[in-house]
Design a binder for this molecule. Structure first.
Ligand code: F6R
Length: 616
């Protein structure tokens, strides 16, 4: 949420900053702004709306400077106005900054600063921090003038309660850029005689793949040729330089109309990537290098708790189903935001899992910290390498799904489904699953990419269905067992990108309430897999049909539905049970995508949303 880019180096800063900001737009798109430092002055432009507006506005100025910062905003404090857009300038004109996060104690700081004659043009917490830095800068009486600016940032941050990723400039220090983080991600990219700061790698990967992931409570002081990192308590930090493994091409549309479409079609590859190198030599189980737990450790685990948010929470529900079904171990699933505050009583031999595409979701991170504080080991399933959750967990598994830019998660979700299916197998094989059952489970998983390809080939058919359903205002998504979480996911996808009201429900539970919504104006999407509950689901469909509800049925190939029961049918291939949620998900992703496009919605940037929710 909110994207920050900072630049210091030998090139003109503005074009590099704006290019980076465009790539970060998926983190928030309420307003955007740019500030460049130039010979004792700060050139500043900010505009409500998309980065495109800012680019147009910036074209009217020359911005010759080589040091600058910019920001794309997802509003927290204060409405969506030019005045509330970042960067924010201190009222004495000395300090300018961009900020991602929330300063919780900004009201008391503001009161103090007002008493010291600082004034405010915006309603933001960020402007308060800028003025606090200016206050310390004004009163800083250190002899070493070059450290005066850095020290003023550090001292101001000592007073901050809340979260921040900031990049700050000072009009008197045209050769310096200072940044800091606590709770909001910030990376330092090391290019060719230049440094780029960014909230995530997509903003800097076109210029360098060498990055330092700043940790909480660290500050970095940059000049055009050098950098140093220290903690807020003034301890020196030896930087660890990591290499980004993907290239800028992975973060581009490459001919697709939207990132969401591209990412849906990338799923065969992302599923392959999730599996690569993760099966045992005898082909009967999965293996994970990063768990940091031995088989003996895992034998001691009696229960699992899975925590996360949104789409990733649906992956946890699938984990619950598969681990309980195949490994016969109880699993509890909690919303991260609820777990954190409800002080859940936990057994002794519990292994905790968090699942997060971004690895930065603040609620999930807080749940991880709470579990660790209680003395539990926490494993993470994450996509973004080097993310805070990946770093703070005791072990885990990277998804290797590549950058996910579309705000609505697609390929990251199915890759999470693959990993939880593999984990269920891994634990099941340590317990009661036979060698032969393990072999066929692995074979089943390995077929998933091809089976997904087969469903993707039906995209034109699903698009045609979508065009006939795009004008409805309410939908039900109904599924059972491992497809109940996919019903929730289908409903979430549809509502977030097309703004159609949709509810996911267990198919049989529908008659205990939601059936009241059903009429000819409320279609239902049913998951109808082959197996013991086939006939039960058909009965639920009959109940909807009897009330004139239209039905889109997602049915296993070879299963025959009673004639005229479904208005539209999408076929999915027969598959191993562990792969079913992955296959079930593809038609609803495509359906939501095509409905949203037909309605003219901005699929990659749905209203009010942003990727990577770094505020509570
Ligand atoms: C929905 C979506 C969100 C995220 C949620 C958690 O399409 O993307 O619901 O799943 O915000 O995000 P991560 O996985 O980054 O923790």
């Amino acid at each position: 949420m909110c994207g920050i880019v900072g630049y210091i180096g030998k090139h003109k800063a503005s074009s590099i900053l704006l290019e980076g900001l465009k790539r970060l737009e998926y983190r928030g798109y309420d307003s955007a702004g740019l500030a460049v430092l130039q010979e004792g002055r700060i050139d500043l432009v900010k505009k409500v709306g998309r980065v495109e507006n800012l680019i147009r506005e910036s074209a009217k100025h020359s911005f010759p400077g080589h040091v600058g910062i910019c920001h794309t905003r997802w509003a927290t404090h204060g409405g969506v106005t030019d005045a509330n857009a970042h960067p924010h300038l201190s009222s004495d004109g000395k300090i300018v900054l961009v900020h991602n996060g929330v300063i919780e104690n900004y009201t008391s700081m503001k009161k103090f600063l007002l008493s010291k004659d600082y004034s405010f043009k915006s309603e933001t917490d960020t402007e308060v921090l800028g003025n606090l830095i200016a206050y310390h800068y004004a009163k800083e009486a250190v002899s070493d003038k070059t450290n005066r600016f850095f020290e003023s940032v550090r001292k101001a941050l000592l007073h901050v309660e809340g979260t921040y990723g900031i990049a700050v400039m000072c009009v008197d220090q045209p050769e310096q850029l200072v940044a800091a983080r606590k709770g909001s991600p910030l990376l330092l990219g090391m290019g060719d005689e230049e440094f780029i700061l960014a909230s995530d790698a997509s903003a800097l990967v076109s210029r360098t793949r060498n990055v330092v992931y700043l940790k909480d409570n660290e500050l970095v002081q940059l000049t055009p040729t050098d950098f140093s990192i220290s903690t807020i308590d003034q301890a020196e930090v030896s930087p660890v330089v990591d290499k980004i493994t993907w290239s800028i091409k992975d973060a581009e549309l490459n001919g697709y109309a939207h990132f969401m479409e591209k990412e849906i079609f990338e799923q065969p590859a992302s599923l392959e990537n999730a599996m690569r190198g993760r099966f045992s030599e005898d082909g009967s189980t999965a293996q994970f290098g990063g768990l940091n737990l031995t088989a003996a450790d895992l034998r001691m685990i009696d229960r699992y708790v899975f925590c996360s948010c949104g789409t990733a929470w649906h992956a946890c529900l699938v984990a619950e189903h598969l681990i309980e079904r195949f490994a016969r171990l109880p699993v509890e699933v909690d919303y991260a935001s609820e777990f954190r505050y409800r002080n859940a009583p936990l057994d002794r031999d519990v292994l905790f899992f968090v699942v997060s595409q971004s690895g930065e979701t603040i609620d999930t991170l807080a749940a991880l910290r709470e579990a660790k504080r209680k003395g539990y080991k926490v494993m993470a399933i994450c996509n973004v390498v080097g993310s805070t959750i990946a770093r703070e967990s005791d072990g885990g598994v990277y998804q290797h799904a590549g950058p996910e830019i579309g705000v609505a998660s697609t390929k990251a979700f199915t890759s999470q489904l693959m990993l939880v299916a593999m984990y269920a197998l891994y634990v099941a094989r340590m317990r009661d699953m036979s060698f032969n059952d393990g072999l066929s489970y692995v074979q089943g998983l390995k077929q998933a990419p091809d089976l997904v390809r087969k469903i993707l080939e039906q995209a034109p058919h699903i698009k045609e269905i979508a065009s006939r359903y795009s004008q409805y205002s309410d939908f039900l998504f109904l599924g059972r067992l491992s497809l109940f979480p996919i019903a929730l996911e289908g409903a979430l996808k549809l509502k977030e990108i097309s703004y159609i009201h949709a509810e996911g429900y267990p198919a049989a539970e529908m008659k205990h309430g939601p059936i009241a919504l059903v009429n000819e104006l409320c279609p239902s999407v049913f998951f109808v897999p082959k197996g013991e509950i086939f006939n039960k689901i058909v009965s639920s469909m009959q109940e909807i049909k009897a009330r004139k509800g239209k039905i889109i049925a997602i049915v296993t190939e070879g299963c025959e539905l009673p004639p005229d029961l479904a208005d539209d049918i999408i076929r999915i291939p027969d598959c191993h049970e562990a792969v079913l949620p992955i296959l079930g998900c593809i038609p609803v992703q495509l359906l939501s995508y095509y409905i949203a496009v037909k309605r003219g919605c901005d699929v990659d940037k749905p209203r009010n949303l942003a990727k990577s929710v770094t505020v509570e």
